[in-house]
Ligand binder design. Sequence first.
Ligand code: NAD
Ligand code: TYD
Length: 350
Amino acid sequence: MPKILITGGAGFIGSHVVRLFVKEYPGYDIYNLDKLTYAGNLENLKDIEELHNYHFVKGDIVDGNFIHELFEKEKFDGVIHLAAESHVDRSIKNPMEFIFTNVVGTVNLLNAAKSVWKDDFQDKLFYHVSTDEVYGSLDEGGFFVESTSYDPQSPYSASKASSDHFVRAYHNTYGIPVIISNCSNNYGPNQFPEKLVPLFINNIRNNKPLPVYGKGENVRDWLYVIDHARAIDLVYHKGKVGETYNIGGFNEWKNIDLIKVLCKVMDEKLGREPGASENLITYVQDRAGHDMRYAIDATKIMKELGWEPSLQFEEGIAKTIDWYLNNQKWLDNVTSGNYKSYYEEQYKDV
Ligand code: NAD
Ligand code: TYD
């Protein structure tokens, strides 16, 4: 039975990837390795934790000895690496965590794969999940393609860019079979409410101010998380070793326009007067070094692997809002405790 290690499987995207693999491939043994930081939550996987092919390992990818021993013991056939510190605002406050987890953690995994796989790479794969933010910031025109030069602008994107470089370097130098994918902004169920979509859904629900950075004119390219998980499945099974695949839904939104959609749909679902939630919009000081626009050209994965997003944005946003409204206990749990102090510090002027 092939053994696949998925790192960061208790987080937002990772939990959807773990669920998809555990359910779609009963013939694979899926190991979810996660440190359970503030962003990791085993509640996300409650529905599959009893399945025979799912295994959870609590651990830190920064601990090189631990990672090495785990690889020696389990002899994984494949790695899908998602564990990361993932929030730009936190990277601005505390870059070192990002360098430890995203850079050192990734190199620890590569070293372990290199040492355990030796030169026998038959049916082995190290798949590194990355972000479009490594390409930097666009003006109004153009798209990121796979050959766009890296130009990361935040400590988060610099740490992810660095990890991508190490993954390619280990392929080039040691022959480790690797694939990288770079995806645009994800939204959907189980996202920690520090990122735009779930933060604003939670604040609208609680009638709290909606802190829009700057003028709200920055543009992001949004993809429903399950479409990202489907793309990861396809890339893992059909992608070409050594290649990079950009993943995105050709779905660009100016922040303020997206926020207005959230307000409108939430008003309808909560039975509020039209326009009630928009009154919560509060313009606040811009994020330092705020990237203006991200836009992914996903032609390669569409043409070569036949992937396409399954959901239109309106449908995805409605499903997402329904999920948070139907899982208010999940939201209440993750926004208690440390979240409160994070929120007070990050949004002290709001
Ligand atoms: P997340 O913050 O929700 O989850 C990250 C997970 O990694 C958590 O479960 C956390 O506990 C775990 N983790 C963190 N540090 C760890 C460590 N040292 N050892 C082991 N586990 C650790 O992140 P996400 O949004 O699900 O992103 C997952 C991956 O996808 C990241 O690599 C991110 O860069 C990438 N990505 C995210 C997006 C997005 O929009 N969220 C878009 C493109 C790419
Ligand atoms: P975010 O979800 O943090 O993702 P990223 O910065 O990785 O793209 O932010 C998405 C956009 O929303 C980004 O342009 C910053 C903006 N934003 C706000 O205006 N207010 C907020 O409170 C947050 C968290 C983000």
